[in-house]
Structure formats: C-alpha cells, structure tokens
Design a protein around this ligand. Structure first.
Ligand code: CA
Length: 233
C-alpha cells in the first residue's frame, strides 16, 4: 500500500485530498505546515509527496528542495499551485518537483496524476526527471530576460531590477496579453505568510516602468483587474 505525504494549510483542501487518497486505498499522512511534515520523516517513509506551494513559513518549494536533499530514495513530488503561476512552475522545476496541478482542480485529474506518478516511480525505481520544458529565456522585441541568471537587458543595456520587479516582469512577459489579477501578483511577489499590502504591487509596477524606459508603457494597467504585458498586435 503506497504511503502518501500531504502538506496543505487550507483545511478543506487538505481534507478533500486525504479523503480521495484514502478512497484510492493509499495510506495518508497529512500536515498543515512543512515543519511538521519534515518532523514525520524520522518515523515514516513515503512513496509520494503532495505539497501545496503556498504554505505558512516554509513554502512548498522550499520543502520540496529540502526533501530532495534530505532523502536518499527517489520520492515523486506533486506540487499544487495557484492559477497561472508560471513563475512557480519555473522555480518548481529548478527545485525538482515531478509534476504540477493547478488549483482549483478536478478530483478525477488529481487522482489520475497521483496514480501516474506512483506508477512511473514503481517502474523506474529511480529519480524522475521533470517532464515539462524549462524556459530559460524570454525575449520580446528588444527586451531579453534570462530566468536562469535573473538578468534583463533592453537592447544591449542591462537593467538593474529588484527581485520583486524581476519576478513581476518575468510573470507578465511569459504570457503577453494575459491579464494577471492583482491578488495573483501580490501572492507571487510577497510569498506565503506575509501580510498582504495591496499598494506593494503598484509601487513595484511604478519602479519597473521607470527602469524600462522606452518600454515602460508595455506594462499595461487593466483597470479593475490588474496588469498585463502588451500582447502582439
Ligand atoms: Ca496554501
């Protein structure tokens, strides 16, 4: 019987995951934070870990990284992310998650992913390689952004962005024309467990536009929703 580790701070989501995993016949250990999950490693061996990205204190991604370092055996890891968080996916792949599920998700989809991960690991018996492609660079017109080195250039000139400005721009540029809601962007920038200050996002956009110079207006305000990077016309 496969043993599954679940780490999700939202009680109803956690209970739902546990319910469906048990229904599938798996043994489940569920925790609401990363620290307790790590604490259980001394007494439990898991076949699969399901981690929510947004956790209080230590995030799901940091937990993922820690599990990779701590465990000698290959543990398939499924990360649950908020909607359209492209940057999370990039980060997750760098850190070594095996698969992603975007919230909100269908139970059927969730169960299918779990089965597939357990099947793959049972078959190979070794570390699973991330299956999605890692995008290392985004280029739009004269702007070139390197996700690996966290640097950005406008023509040949390197721009000096703060980490928040970089994360914001990378997210917007990854899907030009797509409007990101303010709450999504705030989560992305501030991370889990931080008091949400709405103004932070506006300040970040303001700073970003200043540094983008002649490309400033490409970061567009969508009134009442949020921001987007100018789409192709
Ligand atoms: Ca959460």
């Amino acid at each position: 019987m496969a043993k599954v580790l679940v780490v999700e701070d939202e009680t109803d989501v956690r209970e739902l995951l546990v319910l469906h995993l048990k229904r599938e016949g798996y043994q489940v250990n569920a925790f609401e934070d990363a620290e307790s999950a790590l604490g259980s490693l001394s007494t439990h061996t898991y076949d699969l870990a399901i981690l929510d990205w947004m956790l209080p204190q230590m995030s799901g991604l940091d937990l993922c990284k820690t599990l990779r370092i701590k465990l000698s055996h290959a543990l398939p890891i499924l990360i649950l992310t908020a909607r359209a968080d492209t940057m999370d996916k990039v980060l997750g792949l760098e850190i070594g998650a095996d698969d992603y599920l975007t919230k909100p998700f269908e139970v059927r989809e969730f169960v299918a992913r779990v089965r597939a991960l357990l099947r793959r690991s049972a078959k190979s018996g070794e570390a699973l390689a991330p299956k999605a492609e890692i995008k290392s660079e985004i280029k739009i017109d004269s702007l070139r952004l390197s996700l690996a080195s966290k640097k950005i250039w406008n023509d040949q000139e390197e721009l000096s962005l703060t980490p928040n400005e970089f994360k914001l721009l990378a997210t917007l540029m990854d899907q030009p024309g797509v409007t990101f809601e303010r709450t999504q962007l705030i989560e992305l920038i501030q991370g889990p467990g931080v008091a949400v200050v709405d103004r932070t996002i506006d300040t970040t956009v303001l700073g970003l536009r200043k540094k983008l110079g002649d490309k400033a207006e490409w970061v567009e305000t969508v009134r009442g929703f949020g921001y987007r990077f100018r789409g192709q016309e």
